[in-house]
Design a binder for this molecule. Sequence first.
Ligand SMILES: [Zn+2]
Length: 490
Amino acid sequence: MLRFLWCCFLGVMFAPALAAEKIESVRIWPSPDSTRVVFDVSGKAQYRLLSQNRQTVELEIANILSPSLGKMSGESELVKDIKVKKLPGNRGILLQVELTRAAREKAFTLPPSDRYGHRLVLDLADVQAEQAAATPPPPRSQRAGGRDIVIAIDAGHGGHDPGAVGPKGTYEKHVTMAVSEKLQALINKEPGFKAVLTRTSDYYIYPSKRPDLARNKQADLLVSVHADAVTNRKAHGASVWVLSLRRATTEVGRMLEQTEQHSELLGGVAEVIKDSANERYLAQTVLDLSMNHSMTTGFEVARRVLAEMGRVTHLHKKEPQAASLGVLKAPDIPSILVETGYISNPTEEQKLKSASHQQKLANAIFRALKQHFTDTPPADSWLAQRQGAAPVNRTTAQNTPARTATTTNPGSSANTARQQPASQQRPAPVIAGPRVATSAASGPAVHTVKRGETLSGLAKQYGLPMSVLRNHNKLKSDNIQVGQVLRIPN
Ligand SMILES: [Zn+2]
């Protein structure tokens, strides 16, 4: 009897707990190559993902009994319909997400956050869009007498990710988009420049995918736009971040491990080299050269952006900051991340929301980029060729590796290299084909001193005695300044 009662007691305790939840709303967040469907649930969903065929994705939820979806918002070309029905015997509900075409699905739950409660998330990767994105990029846009300088602008966050939220409810994703669009307009008005956006409206892209989009557009520079937030509401001002040497080195190592990427990096050269040890050496050389160029350029651009932003807003940090952030990970594309201000600061939130302040920020970033590329244009650019037949700054040109068209699809890389040798993609590659190695060995190498670097550290980094580095640069002491350019002997 006692045992029977105990069972009843347990039944009373657990049965309602398992069935009490319900779906409160459904939010659909589309992006060009995937769609996220978020089910807002009153408690943690106990679900099972059943993929029947690629056109319908089914989710069984055991602890929801009511076949209702609540309020629906958003729409996606990929999602045709969402149906819900009761499973027999009070076993819960079945969600059927009907798709217009094949997708790869992934489901997971998210615990409550400051903005949302329990969520069941269904991510649908659009297979067709992914394949389209992986096709080789078209040749660089050409003007008579040289190509455009391509700036990839990345408006931070988007879609289901609002970024930081200000005390008055301003979303970072809207500020970043507004500044990015203003910057894009300024760049596109400038002869010899072209701006591309990583996201063109309010959808989400994983931070780590954003550099791939920039690479696909053969960008000379990636500028990611953000706004900061901290709990201290007094914090205010802008800062600019660059890729950390540590992260860059890690990424170079990672790219080297992916041997299928070598032919992408090397373009036509990979076809000539049959020996894989040599190919690895060459890939390493190209990447190191590329990384050196990217980091020097990124730092230089960051300094100029800070100088210009300092004229229109308070600076939180006056020097570029190094970080290992999702979007700052490409060792081969000079990248900066601009924190336009603290959205968590009530006064700054007000400013970041205003179109006139957004325009001032965009103007400042634009002035800095224009100065940089006017001083050191890529040798095959229209700008360089307009300035005279020879590149303005020999050092920079030497250090600027000709980036070949790359693709993110490893399977097609060999074909890409075969069809489009590096030398045909650009009219005047600075470093083409097997000359890479010799240029690296004989060209003058320079190093722009970054924050925290010492002469002894740099000597170690380049494998040189400190005295050689000191004498080569005619230094009177071992003190070096941030931004100082050192010549590195061969
Ligand atoms: Zn952000």
